[in-house]
Design a protein around this ligand. Structure first.
Ligand code: ZN
Length: 243
């Protein structure tokens, strides 16, 4: 089983297209860890494309829930709130139906999938070794895949009980064997790990590898659409630097 793992597409259709083109022929299933919409200019294009992918498991994230009218929006900063209201106004009936049917957690053959964390599937940021260590106690499968931080990361629990953080390099294949791991593919549509390229991962469950990947996409195309839509300037600018 070869799986395309992606998260936090955030309505950035040029980035999603670049990822799908780069991964073409390398996967049999797709696991999407949530936040298909929010921030970016193409919520319906992204939702229509994701829902048509083969053998899809898709979670919902905090931005998907906010766009559907959930109370998650109350915890957003002003830029995220503006973008969520803009998104909510534009969701097609088909996109609403798709997002409304998603859950923030799933189990797949030895893998726990969550949008944010096992402890809080919608909100908690696993952004440090301490938070990762706490969360290892809260899932029972060998591996947990998560998104939400927009940072490609791997946390490994070694045999001695130490939690180690790894920053996987592009096309570096981490071996899965023998150690419990928390794995984040990074963000397709709004990376925040100081690398503006779209991030995703290829999981080969049979070979036991997790391969992190980055792919360039036409950032200026997304930004031009965001400007035309009058989305907040800081959300447009951050795409240049991946912060
Ligand atoms: Zn997100």
């Amino acid at each position: 089983m070869r799986v395309l793992v992606m998260s936090d597409i955030h309505a950035n259709f040029p980035a999603l297209q670049a990822v799908l083109a780069d991964a073409q022929g390398s996967y049999d299933e797709v696991w999407c860890l949530g936040d298909v919409v929010g921030y970016g200019p193409n919520p319906n294009e992204c939702a229509d494309t994701v829902r048509a992918l083969p053998a899809l498991t898709c979670l919902c994230g905090n931005h998907d829930l906010a766009a559907l009218g959930g109370s998650e929006i109350d915890d957003f900063n002003s830029y995220a709130k503006t973008a969520a209201l803009w998104t909510s106004d534009r969701l097609s009936a088909r996109t609403r139906e798709f997002l409304g049917g998603l859950s923030p957690r799933a189990e797949r053959a030895g893998f726990t999938l969550v949008h944010a964390s096992p402890r809080d599937e919608v909100w908690e940021y696993i952004d440090s070794i301490d938070v990762a260590r706490d969360n290892f106690a809260l899932f029972t499968s060998p591996y947990c895949l998560f998104g939400h931080t927009h940072r490609a990361r791997a946390y490994v629990m070694d045999a001695a009980g130490n939690c180690i953080e790894k920053l996987p390099a592009h096309r570096e294949a981490l071996p899965l064997a023998g150690q419990r791991m928390l794995l984040n593919p990074g963000s397709v549509g709004q990376p925040r790990d100081r690398n503006p390229k779209a991030a995703y991962a290829l999981l080969d469950a049979k070979a036991g590898t997790w391969e992190a990947r980055r792919v360039a996409y036409p950032i200026a195309d997304t930004q031009a659409q965001m400007r035309a839509a009058q989305l907040p300037a800081p959300l447009i600018e951050r795409l240049n630097t991946g912060r």
